[in-house]
Design a protein around this ligand. Sequence first.
Ligand code: CTP
Ligand code: MG
Length: 186
Amino acid sequence: MPDWLLVPQAIWLMLPAYVSNMSPVVVGGGRPIDGGRLWKDGRPILGPGKTWRGLLGGSLAGGLTGLVLHATAHSGPLSPLLLSSFGSAPHAFGLGLALGAGALVGDSVKSFFKRRKGLERGAKWPIADQLDFVAGAWVFAVVADYGWFVSEFTWPMLVFVALFTPAAHLAVNVVGYWLGLKKVPW
Ligand code: CTP
Ligand code: MG
């Protein structure tokens, strides 16, 4: 198998996390997870940018992405890329949900520390802003199905994802900003 195939394979495996991480700008809003409460330091616990709708809607979007990947991996024009398997439909939904929920929990944990650093909602925190959701998605996927995780993600794929994601994240956010979906281009 040629080495370059790790690129489409790694992106494929991360798609539920990528979709879930992007979806709150569309499905989010409403009641904040922290209910507007403040931490001991007088700053918001997570801030108004972390909402229940974003967390739950985004996690569901991850699960649905898993189902779509399950249905398309081994058929049609993408099949020569030997795309990795998410297993049966329920397994694919569960893994997508885990990757998606992990991505958004990772994002919220990052926001907690961002607020503790005194950074306002939407302020830039390079690297943390781009890899928070990757770390969260991986932790949740390992907990959900360790055997699947270690059989699908090789070390070179993990390294590729860690390097590729910040660049892709920046590109997507610039487009989101142009479209008026995001308030800031990061
Ligand atoms: N969002 C949401 N619920 C979440 C995560 C995100 O509703 N759990 C929405 C919010 O409208 C948020 C937007 O998606 O403003 C962009 O998400 P993100 O960049 O993660 O949040 P920031 O506003 O930048 O907040 P922070 O500084 O805490 O990262
Ligand atoms: Mg942000």
